[in-house]
Design a protein around this ligand. Structure first.
Ligand SMILES: Cc1cc2nc3c(=O)[nH]c(=O)nc-3n(C[C@H](O)[C@H](O)[C@H](O)COP(=O)(O)OP(=O)(O)OC[C@H]3O[C@@H](n4cnc5c(N)ncnc54)[C@H](O)[C@@H]3O)c2cc1C
Length: 550
């Protein structure tokens, strides 16, 4: 980086700052070339102008909790959370909100709740995930089975484009302030995508959620350019402000735990439950239950009957208690003999106890010994509901072939399954085994008509698979979209579109992990173990300055 650039005041190039931003959630540790921490839209524009002039890649970043590696990279990390101004305005009359990208989902919902409103998609990372990061990953959560992913709730986006222009994009065909990027899209990629509409229809998977590739299918359906930005993982523009549609918080809720004795019953049970319009149908596989049993946790967990192969946690929301109680009764009848056992929770206290089971995994995974680091390599496949049982079975079988422990859970109602792999890092061949598991399970998801990512995005982990998922012609359309928005390739290269880097390289574990100061490695490990993504990375960098490595 040239020391004469007038933008130097915006960058940190010292090893401690670079190290503090070298990791996010997920498997990677990649030291960035520098860190930029802008404090205004104007400063974001200066950083972008500098990057374009110097031909340097930028890695936009919110809380750094995305799992596929979109928020880490060897370019200049642009922290859009730390110092940017904060806006959080709820308009109860219009059930809408305007927030800066650095506000968290939790903060928005806390404010919206004062007016009986909420943003319904509910990632379990909502306490720290920034709304800019959620838009950029098309985040979702347990309630997405009823309310969809974030995409459906975004009304407008304020962007800084790769040309250094700022402007708004809105739903409903309103064009975005004459931005050059949109002009290029309109004359280049847009006609090509329209004439490939039939191919898009055939090649995009028939799944309930998809965060892989650019959403050409949604763009064709809505005609709204912002549909390409939702889920773009910082590769098309930087998001600075978001306009949201909100929804009333339903007055009543009830939950139930359904224990299944056979994995074969999963599809039918999920089908029976989704027909009743639930607000959540979450899967805890046998592998997940085994982990909890082993951990002998002191938490007061609901009892799981012996022989249980999988649990479904189900929630119904409605207008009043009678309605949601009725729904749980309907569910019990619809499940019939598919369920080994059913426990209903009709009071908030009972509900909390049931859902404790879902939340118990994170602290247990966090407390594993250092040679059992939990790795997320096949963690977000989403398949048609009819293939869910088959997909879970294929993960279990592939893991057993490689003698790897896996923990499987996720959003059954959407066919979206998360997997944590717990390799024994003491074994010399752990990396090969994990690599084979990755290949095998990704292939299963595609063979079953699924997508590799339901809600976390492609990042650096899955970008190399887009050709296999969509075919070369669709990926060529993705490249045309990318070129329209980012002709100089400065926005998050290697994320979404492959840059040839092996997906399971540059790991935070193992012998080849990039060296960073010990105290920072420990602090980042602690963030991962405790879900401490809200912590300022600059604060970590600036701790113990006296002993800082130059
Ligand atoms: C324990 C745990 C649980 C999780 N649970 C869920 C879940 O239930 N559902 C779910 O969907 N996800 C979940 N996630 C993943 C993650 O929290 C989400 O992807 C979240 O949306 C990321 O937000 P972030 O602010 O951390 O973004 P980051 O990780 O910082 O960034 C995510 C991506 O967006 C880009 N980006 C960030 N901000 C901007 C911006 N302002 N403009 C342009 N690009 C930007 C980055 O370049 C990157 O590609 C979980 C993660 C963890 C660790």
């Amino acid at each position: 980086m040239s020391p004469t650039t007038p933008e130097l005041d915006l960058f940190r190039t010292d090893l401690r700052a670079r190290s503090a931003y070298a990791e996010g959630a997920g498997i990677f540790r990649i030291l960035p070339g520098a860190v930029a921490v802008p404090a205004s839209v104007e400063e974001v524009r200066r950083v972008v102008d500098w990057a374009r002039r110097e031909g340097r890649p930028l890695v936009p970043r919110g809380a750094g909790s995305s799992i596929a590696g979109g928020a880490v990279g060897s370019g200049i990390v642009v922290d859009l959370r730390e110092r940017m101004p904060r806006t959080l305005e709820v308009d109860p009359g219009n059930s809408s909100a305007i927030t800066s990208a650095n506000v968290t989902h939790g903060e928005l919902n806390e404010r919206a709740a004062q007016h009986g409103l909420r943003l319904p998609p509910d990632p379990s990372s909502g306490a720290w995930a920034t709304l800019g990061g959620m838009v950029s990953c098309n985040a979702a959560g347990a309630r997405s089975v009823k309310y969809g992913s974030v995409r459906g709730w975004v009304e407008g986006l304020e962007l800084v484009t790769a040309d250094g222009e700022t402007g708004w994009l809105w739903r409903g065909g309103r064009r975005g302030d004459g931005l050059q990027a949109l002009e290029r899209l309109a004359v280049g990629a847009a006609p090509a995508i329209r004439s490939a509409a039939e191919l898009v229809r055939r090649r995009f998977p028939a799944v309930r959620k998809n965060a892989s590739g650019y959403a050409l299918d949604h763009w064709l359906g809505s005609g709204d350019d912002l549909d390409l930005l939702v889920g773009a993982e910082g590769t098309l523009a930087l998001v600075t402000t978001v306009a949201w549609r909100l929804d009333p918080v339903p007055p009543a809720r009830a939950s139930m735990l359904v224990a299944l004795g056979k994995l074969e019953s999963l599809e039918e049970a999920v089908r029976a439950l989704t027909a009743l319009d639930p607000s959540a149908v979450e899967l805890l596989d046998r592998t997940f239950l085994d982990l909890i049993t082993l951990a002998a946790t002191s938490v007061d967990l609901p009892e799981v009957p012996p022989g249980c192969q999988a649990i479904l946690l189900v929630e119904f929301e409605g207008e009043n208690g009678a309605q949601v109680r009725g729904r749980t009764g309907d569910a019990v009848r619809a499940l019939g003999s598919l369920a080994l056992d059913v426990v209903t929770a009709l009071t908030p206290a009972d509900e909390r106890r049931l859902w404790t089971l879902r939340h118990a995994a994170s602290p247990i995974l966090a407390s594993l010994p250092p040679d059992r680091r939990s790795m997320q390599v096949i963690e977000d496949g989403c398949v048609p509901l009819a293939a869910l049982g088959e997909y879970v079975r294929s993960i279990r079988e592939a893991a057993s072939r490689e003698s790897l422990t896996v923990v499987i859970f996720g959003h059954a109602g959407d066919g979206n399954v998360h997997v944590n792999v717990l390799p024994d890092l003491g074994r010399p061949d752990w990396a090969e085994r994990v690599g084979r598991l990755y290949e095998s399970v990704q292939a299963s998801a595609l063979d079953l008509g699924g997508t590799l990512s339901g809600e976390h995005g492609d990042g650096r982990l899955r970008s190399g698979w887009l050709v296999r998922q969509y075919g070369a012609e669709i990926v060529d359309l993705f490249r045309q979209v990318k070129t329209a928005f980012d002709p100089h390739g400065i926005l998050n290269p290697g994320v979404k579109l492959d840059d040839g880097a092996p997906p399971l390289s540059r790991l935070k574990v193992g012998r080849d992990a990039a060296p960073i100061p010990d105290d920072i490695a420990q602090a980042l490990g602690q963030i991962e173990r405790s879900g401490g993504y809200a912590l300022s990375r600059l604060e970590i960098a600036d701790r113990h300055q006296d002993s800082a490595t130059p």
